[in-house]
Design a protein around this ligand. Sequence first.
Ligand code: URA
Length: 261
Amino acid sequence: MKKERLDKILSHHGFGSRKDCKSLIHSGRVFVNGETCTDCEFPIDTEVDVIRIDDEVLQIREHVYIMMNKCQDVVSSTKDGLHKTVLDLLSSEYKINFLGGDLHPIGRLDIDTEGLLLLTTDGKLTHTLTSPKNHVVKTYYARLKNPVDIANQKEYSALFSSGLNVIAEGHEEAFVAKSATLVWPNENKCEYLTEFGDASSEVMISISEGKYHQVKRMFATVGNEVVFLKRISVGPLSLDAGLKPGEYRELTADEIRLLLG
Ligand code: URA
């Protein structure tokens, strides 16, 4: 059972500042379990009590879970002096203090990477999905500068699967990557044809860690270059194909259950 003050709950659900919420409560428009409540400090059991404002029942929620198709030119952080952040893409409905904590992106995508980015107030989920101990698999679609013919596709696949010695970048040291899986379009009997015939500049890569510029550095290690990168899935959750870059939606109850396990 979790108890919170009535005015705090209202202000964490978009009813304005604590002062605004106090006047709303004093106005007699707020009901708790069917009775008018004018006590701002009234302790609410968030799992049981029903709050109503005029005729509308408040759906009390502790956490928010959002799936975004991150677009390029925004950074995956909550603040940045220079660039727009993923939080700037959200509507005012999400620019409030939530009951369960601050809304933040789960992990990072580079500024020029698109695709699935989860945002939440649930620190436990963030930890589950980002802790290196949990080996959560992330799948990316990558477009490469140099198309790779079938012989080299086999070689790339073997190297990536056996643990690549990834080159250093800037202050980031070289490291041995955990086994990664590559899927080339030709392997799927040319489900989608490339403009290069047998050679493909397109590949899906699945990794279970999240080092700085990991995918780009892995392909740089084998002498190629990633020219476009999009994350398609994180653990059991895939990007909703209906979301255009920069769009987002809340996760469904089933998707939240899938992630929380
Ligand atoms: N690997 C990269 O190189 N960049 C990303 O944004 C994510 C994975």
